[in-house]
Design a protein around this ligand. Sequence first.
Ligand SMILES: NC(=O)c1ccc[n+]([C@@H]2O[C@H](COP(=O)([O-])OP(=O)(O)OC[C@H]3O[C@@H](n4cnc5c(N)ncnc54)[C@H](OP(=O)(O)O)[C@@H]3O)[C@@H](O)[C@H]2O)c1
Length: 281
Amino acid sequence: MRVMIFGATGLLGRALMREWQSDEVTGLGSKDADIRVVEQVNAAIREYRPEYAVLAAAYTDVDGCEIHSQLAFDVNCHGAANVANACAQENIPLLFLSTDYVFDGNKRTPYETDDPIDPQTVYGKSKAAAEAEIRKIHPAYCILRTSWVFGVGGKCFPDTILKLAETKADLDVVNDQRGNPTYTVDLARAIIQLCSKGARGTVHATNRGDCTWFDFAARIVAEANMKTRVRPTSSDKFVRPAKRPQYSVLSSRSLAELGLEMPTWQDASRRYLAERSLRTP
Ligand SMILES: NC(=O)c1ccc[n+]([C@@H]2O[C@H](COP(=O)([O-])OP(=O)(O)OC[C@H]3O[C@@H](n4cnc5c(N)ncnc54)[C@H](OP(=O)(O)O)[C@@H]3O)[C@@H](O)[C@H]2O)c1
């Protein structure tokens, strides 16, 4: 099968390009096709004639989106609609990457795929608007919501923590936001399987288990055998332009219904550290 990945130069996209060996994959970054430009999207689809498309391209700077809201909607919503239109015209099934930020963060049990959405940030609103556009435009869609993505080869939470831990004796990390860390390698493998199963509708895919950012940081520092003390703190000590959800745990039920299960986040953290030490010079 010929597969096209929009966003192949990003954190997840690079893992997808490495993991996806079973099909003929073409990966595009923003220089190859800017998804805001209809002609560029259509030209890419015409040139490579994919039989399946994955849309991982997005403006993902959550705080940046609050300041540059037009850019957020141009890329995340209108760009996604351009890709959905191009795929719909050619009957190409589309898997779209969405986010836990479409929810309000007020629940205290895992979010199911059919829970009402109520995004609280510009980023979340732009992705929620994209979901709605895609459902309207293209019958053959799979909307995959994920969260707290980390992996080798880009900026991510554990990488930031490990770099800080090299120079600091103490690190304060928020302990009042709960979610599911998700390793790019495991997410890429899940996407490949979802694609081969022809999954449709809305699916939640994260590593198994949930934790706070403090738990995640403490685990990473301990596994890396570093001496830094990780201390719990609260979100009011780290005020940022975009409000973070207090609780954005995604239920694994939809994935289980498709016969898939992802490894735990603790197992994923260990493999991330091993991969990072191999790839870091
Ligand atoms: N990171 C997370 O924690 C997280 C959580 C939930 C959901 N997601 C979703 O997962 C997907 C992948 O995230 P990620 O962390 O891998 O993102 P990322 O590392 O920020 O990469 C973003 C990708 O989008 C491309 N892109 C940006 N603007 C574009 C444009 N105008 N036209 C075409 N391509 C454009 C970038 O291309 P260039 O680099 O070539 O410019 C890059 O390949 C996104 O849809 C994101 O919303 C991420």
